[in-house]
Design a binder for this molecule. Structure first.
Ligand code: DMJ
Length: 640
């Protein structure tokens, strides 16, 4: 052992002691003196240490050791007796004391035995060869994998599926309309076949490079986003072979135990929504099972101080985080506010209220918060529960939150009055502060930024025309007004298409002096096969049967066919004002899920997916209305 006195103190070196014959007596005397001093110092330090240890080390008798199998936990004794003067201080006397000693002795012996056993096992292991150990590990791994599979195959509780009305057919009587509908079906087949050929299993397709494509919203693994998103469109179009092909892929390949960070919102609306819709339409159990497996993987995203979920979650580790660009790490209104429909269906189908509770918690939290001018800001910090920047939008970052308030009411068979009230209040504030008329008489929805209205409307906000029309019935005596407002938004969005060279709409457009419904910045001139304008045409068609909506829908179909069809599918374009457009070489999954589905429905009769029986999620996946008044949340008949 090294003597402490020989160790350097504070980095300063102590010269070695000179033990040789004395040459300078005075110097020797000095040395002896410092020697004594150092020894004295060591002694006093040692005494202090012992003294301190005696008084300050925890008294082991005040701790009880609980063997929990995997780990031992130290829990302080607590006197819970009624007469305890000082709760928290442990006092035992008489026969109790004896019983406790015995108990402690028993525990000590058990710990000793456990340790010995572990040591024995370790010794045994060491005797084994590397190969033997490897084989044992493999067996263990297989067992875990088998357990997971068994769990996955475990049937979910039987739940009666609501009566499904209008899941096929919709053949229009008019020959011209039928031809148009057939054309749209052909476009769907072209998009699907090319994806099947060049991008199968990838999330999306590059239709010019003819290979798979993905973005960070889907994480790093191939989750077949296009397949899952397209299933219900294939089904309603009667493309049954293609549907079965997709189903087979889901059965064999769709795996969520991957180390991949995905967007909670996107995965919810495209995958969970897509799987649930495929389940309801086809009644194939596999889709329900996969939807529930995936939902379980999303749940850790809700582990935040407020219960407002993170934007992204790692499917394997459950670690969540937010986008760096979102107002100092905030969660986004349109993301955490667009889970309700799918999560209520998950609780309905599984009988597990966990999903329902998560979304209701979000709602309750939002209800308690102050809203500047009655508007919901787009950003909310999940750590503090406070709003981020005061930006409000009915387009990107806000859009589907409002949509889901209305649809929560619709899918509850109009019994969720709380959701309807939140929707009505929100829409009133939006109309007051965000909706304006341009000089040329076009109604537009601007964006609120820190008390200032930006006169810019995004393509995404064009969905609101359909939302206003859908919410007209049941509004506070203003049904006519909202239907009219929906029609005005549809007209504005049609203008944004009509004022371009390609007759396709830009990503966003301005209302600034002479500029009306036109994109100004180069970065806003692209069209990525988005559905919102066509979605609005379809809702307006269903509610008014005004032929202009079919006419506008057909204009868009022809433009997509002419400018977006390429040799390996359909692609977005970079500039809708250029008559020779460059392609972005991406076939978005929502093109198959939404754009082509809404077009097909626009040219179908109203008995296909009637709106009083079906509610479309924000990715156009139809989910049936739940008549919860007659059933419990788990889908079984209510006991009265
Ligand atoms: C879709 O994924 C959904 O409609 C979503 O709500 C917003 N936008 C895209 C399509 O544009």
């Amino acid at each position: 052992m090294t003597t402490p006195a020989l160790l350097p103190l504070s980095g300063r070196r102590i010269p070695p002691l000179n033990l040789g014959p004395p040459s300078f007596p005075h110097h020797r005397a000095t040395l002896r003196l410092s020697e004594k001093f150092i020894l004295l110092l060591i002694l006093s330090a040692f005494i202090t240490l012992c003294f301190g240890a005696f008084f300050f080390l925890p008294d082991s008798s005040k701790h009880k050791r609980f063997d929990l199998g995997l780990e031992d936990v130290l829990i302080p004794h607590v006197d819970t007796g009624k007469g305890a003067k000082n709760p928290g201080v442990f006092l035992i006397h008489g026969p109790d004391e004896h019983r406790h000693r015995e108990e402690e002795e028993r525990l000590r012996n058990k710990i000793r035995a456990d340790h010995e056993k572990a040591l024995e096992e370790a010794k045994e292991k060491l005797k084994k060869s590397r190969e033997e150990i490897r084989a044992e590990i493999q067996t263990e791994k297989n067992k875990v994998a088998q357990d997971i599979k068994t769990k996955e195959k475990k049937p979910l509780p039987p739940v009666s599926i609501p009566k499904l009305i209008g899941i096929s057919g919709g053949d229009p009587e008019d020959t011209d309309i039928r031809k148009k509908r057939d054309k749209i079906k052909e476009m769907m087949k072209y998009a699907w076949d090319n994806y099947r050929l060049y991008g199968w299993g990838h999330n999306e397709l590059r239709p010019i490079a003819k290979k798979g494509h993905s973005t960070n919203i889907f994480g790093s693994s191939q989750m077949g986003a296009t397949i899952v998103d397209a299933l219900d469109t294939l089904y309603i179009m009667g493309l049954h072979d293609e549907f079965r092909d997709g189903q087979k892929w889901v059965e064999d390949n769709l795996d969520f135990s991957v180390n991949s960070e995905v967007s909670v919102f996107e995965v919810n609306i495209r995958f969970i929504g897509g799987l649930l819709a495929a389940y309801y339409l086809s009644e194939e159990e596999i889709f329900k099972v996969k939807a529930v497996q995936l939902a379980e993987k999303l749940l850790p995203a809700f582990n935040t101080p407020t219960g407002i979920p993170w934007a992204m979650v790692n499917l394997k580790s459950g670690v969540g985080r937010n986008w760096g660009w979102a107002s100092a790490g905030s969660s986004i209104l349109a993301e955490f506010g667009t889970l309700h429909m799918e999560f209520v269906h998950l609780s309905y189908l599984t009988g597990d209220p966990v999903y329902y509770k998560k979304v209701m918690h979000i709602r309750k939290l939002l209800q308690k918060m102050d809203r500047p001018n009655g508007l919901y800001p787009n950003y909310l910090n999940p750590r503090t529960g406070r709003w981020g920047q005061y930006h409000t939008s009915v387009g990107g970052l806000g859009d589907s939150f409002y949509e889901y308030l209305l649809k929560a009411w619709l899918m509850s068979d109009k019994s969720d009055h709380e959701a309807r009230k939140m929707y009505d209040d929100a829409i009133e504030a939006i109309e007051k502060h965000l909706i304006k008329k341009s000089r040329g008489g076009l109604t537009f929805i601007g964006e609120w930024k820190n008390g200032h209205l930006e006169k810019k409307m995004g393509h995404l906000a064009c969905f609101a025309g359909g939302m206003f029309a859908l919410g007209a019935d049941g509004s506070r005596d203003k049904a006519g007004h909202y239907l009219e407002l929906g029609a005005e938004i549809a007209r504005t969005c049609h203008e944004s298409y009509d004022r371009t060279a390609l007759k396709l709409g830009p990503e966003s457009f301005k209302f600034d002096g002479a500029v009306e419904a036109v994109a100004v910045r180069q970065a806003e001139k692209y069209y990525i096969l988005r559905p919102e304008v066509i979605e609005t045409y379809w809702y307006l068609w269903r509610f008014t049967h005004d032929p202009r909506y079919r006419q506008w829908g057909w204009e868009a179909t022809l433009a997509i066919e002419k400018y977006c069809r390429v040799s390996g599918g359909f692609s977005g374009v970079k500039d809708v004002y250029s008559s020779t457009p460059a392609h972005d070489d991406v076939q978005q999954s929502f093109f198959l899920a939404e754009t082509l589905k809404y077009l097909y429905l626009l040219f179908s009769s109203d008995d296909l997916l009637p709106l009083d029986h079906w509610v479309f999620n924000t990715e156009a996946h139809p989910l049936p209305v739940l008549h919860l008044a007659n059933t419990t949340l788990s889908g079984n008949p209510a006991v009265r």
